[in-house]
Design a protein around this ligand. Structure first.
Ligand code: BTN
Length: 319
């Protein structure tokens, strides 16, 4: 079925006869496959008598050769799936199977994409980036300090390079355009963090998504922000290169060397916020982050530091 999709991905008209000939099947078999594509992948295909079939809009499909061509630095081997439950879950299974790190897991869609704090990450077919990078970390906690914030900075710079000029960071690791989320990051770790462990850097970026009623928060995408569709292979290569830059600085100099750059890109510096931890809430003013990546909040007259994956920030109405 995906072979048929690859023939159609250019967004031009293709006759049933030509598609049938390319696939070695009858025109009615083509028709059946097209119906399946529409139903299973939620795609819209135009059928015009005398002209044939056309995707409602061209698709950018993941392609390892295209990623390689667009890449400048070190190339990380990639496991690419048409469909998977979650690229993070598959990355964890691959670690278990003994796949040598670093490596990437990418997918056209996720059926059970994972977000932070137990939320789902909506992952429609071929529209966005579902990207998990696996690293083997030796040398203990220092290599993990502020890591998720560093990944956020790399994602931000990759998006800026693609023309999303207004993007900024929200502690701990959301990337926003104004108040709308464009990318999210979920780190998962296996092994002994004090000795040798593997960390999965899971990154979801809304790329060419234009509408989706399932997303339950304010969101935007690269295409909505720039007005242009983006080849996702180019974005993968760009993200690889930014991650290589920031991860190598993080490894050699530590998070403290990157903290200031992170803070300069924090959209909520000085804002009045509520910090939510489950049912608990702390109100304060954002002072910034410390040398470990913890959030510095002015609570009353006292400066307090907060860290942990289950925390989230909301702007207060009076800010
Ligand atoms: C968030 O809630 O902000 C984090 C979202 C992380 C989503 C990405 S998509 C690729 C990787 N695989 C997953 O299942 N989740 C992460």
């Amino acid at each position: 079925m995906l072979t048929l999709l690859k023939l159609l991905k250019d967004g031009r008209f293709h006759s049933g006869q030509a598609l049938g000939a390319a696939l070695g099947v009858s025109r009615s078999a083509v028709w059946k496959q097209l119906q399946q594509l529409e139903a299973e992948l939620n795609l819209s295909i135009h059928k015009v008598r005398g002209r044939g079939y056309q995707l409602a809009r061209p698709l950018s499909l993941l392609d390892e050769d295209a990623i390689k061509q667009a890449s400048k630095g070190e190339y990380w081997p990639a496991l690419i799936f048409d469909s998977i439950d979650s690229t993070n879950a598959e990355a964890l299974r691959a670690i278990e199977r003994g796949q040598p790190a670093p490596f990437l897991v990418l997918a056209e869609r996720q059926s059970a994409g994972r977000g932070r704090r137990g939320r789902a990450w909506v992952s429609p077919f071929a529209e966005n980036l579902y990207y998990s990078l696996v690293l083997r970390i030796e040398g203990g906690m220092r290599q993990l300090e502020g890591l998720s914030l560093v990944v956020g900075l790399a994602v931000l710079q990759a998006l800026r390079e693609q023309g999303v000029a207004e993007a900024g960071l929200k502690w701990p690791n959301d990337v926003l355009v104004g108040t709308r989320k464009i990318a999210g990051i979920l780190l998962e770790l296996v092994g002994d963090p004090a000795d040798v462990c593997h960390v999965v850097l899971g990154i979801g970026i809304n790329v060419n998504m234009q509408a989706n009623a399932e997303v339950d928060q304010d969101w935007t995408s690269v295409q909505l922000s720039t007005g242009k569709a983006l080849d996702r292979n180019v974005l993968v290569a760009q993200l690889n290169s930014k991650l290589q830059h920031y991860l190598s600085r993080h490894q050699s100099e530590g998070f403290a060397a990157i903290a200031q750059e992170w803070e300069q890109n924090h959209l909520w510096q000085g804002r009045a916020v509520s910090l939510i931890a489950g049912v608990n809430k702390v109100d304060g003013i954002v002072l910034g982050i410390d040398q470990q990546g913890a959030l510095r909040l002015k609570v009353g007259e006292i400066e307090k530091h907060f860290s942990g994956g289950e925390l989230s920030l909301r702007l207060r109405d009076d800010s």
